[in-house]
Design a protein. Structure first.
Length: 278
């Protein structure tokens, strides 16, 4: 049975011998760079071999599983879409035809750039904006070496319209499946089916994932009152915000801000570097 993974400790990067992990999915983008070793990666009923010098990428809500063959040296990074907002459209609309790509297919020095990113992320004085810029360049290169296919399955056009509407309106607390169906001219049942078939989760959970991701960034970077954050991100009440946020991250918005908000950037990244505990 696939498992939805929730963890406050994102973003994070881990380097070491990463082990097997059963079928799961999460809202974050993930990459796994195999430096030395070998593993089997299973995605959507297909198996892929991840060997030394290759990178596996997992898009949000795409189920994946790892089966490792002995010890390995690898780097795993997990990042919420708000950290790489320029790629949100791609990450939510598409999925890789082949999620395993070779470092040799990317620009010369890509491996060294990954190493520099890990060193900066893990070191003292890491700045969130610099991390975001470095990460954006790396992910852009990964995506440039990847072929995509629509998540829309048998209904790609309808899926595109649905995603467009959700991305444009998710901060509206009055947004519902009923209103979306009425606006787009389809039945609620049909749109619910398209969402579940294409993304693997229901309409409400998809909206709440977008809302929580946006709220997490605001909580980290501002002192805006939590009630205001809830309303700005599309939650009708602070009670709903608390429940949904905790359901997706494991902590309440207040505890999240108390732990991370306003602290030195390095504290946030230092605690998350070296962790792979999904």
């Amino acid at each position: 049975m696939k498992m939805f993974v929730k963890d406050i400790r994102v973003p994070f990067v881990s380097r070491g011998s990463n082990g097997s992990y059963g079928e799961h999915y999460h809202y974050e983008f993930e990459y796994w760079h195999m430096i030395d070793g070998r593993a089997e990666v299973r995605v959507g009923g297909k198996s892929y071999t991840l060997s030394s010098g290759q990178v596996f990428i997992a898009f949000p809500f795409v189920e994946h599983e790892y089966v490792c063959e002995g010890e390995n040296l690898s780097t795993v990074g997990v990042f919420p879409p708000s950290d790489i907002h320029e790629f949100t459209d791609i990450l939510l609309r598409y999925r890789p035809v082949n999620p395993v790509i070779s470092v040799s297919e990317m620009f010369p020095g890509f491996k060294e750039s990954l190493d520099r990113f890990f060193a900066y992320f893990s070191g003292a004085g890491a700045n969130r904006r610099v991390v975001s810029c470095m990460l954006g360049a790396l992910i852009g290169e990964m995506l440039s070496a990847t072929q995509f296919e629509s998540r829309g399955g048998a209904s790609p056009d309808v899926f595109e319209k649905l995603i467009d509407y959700c991305l444009e309106n998710f901060c509206d607390p009055e947004l519902t499946l009923e209103r979306t169906a009425s606006t787009l001219g389809y039945s609620q049942c049909y749109l619910s089916h398209v969402m579940s078939e294409s993304v693997g989760i229901g309409f409400t959970k998809f909206l709440n994932s977008l809302r929580v991701d946006k709220s997490r960034k605001i909580l980290l970077n501002t002192e805006i009152p939590i009630t205001t954050v809830a309303l700005e991100c599309g939650f009708g009440s602070i009670r709903t915000f608390n429940r949904v946020f905790a359901g997706l991250t494991g902590v309440t918005p207040r505890d999240f801000r108390r732990e991370w908000g306003g602290r030195d950037t390095h504290d946030y990244y230092e605690k998350n570097a070296g962790m792979f505990n999904i």
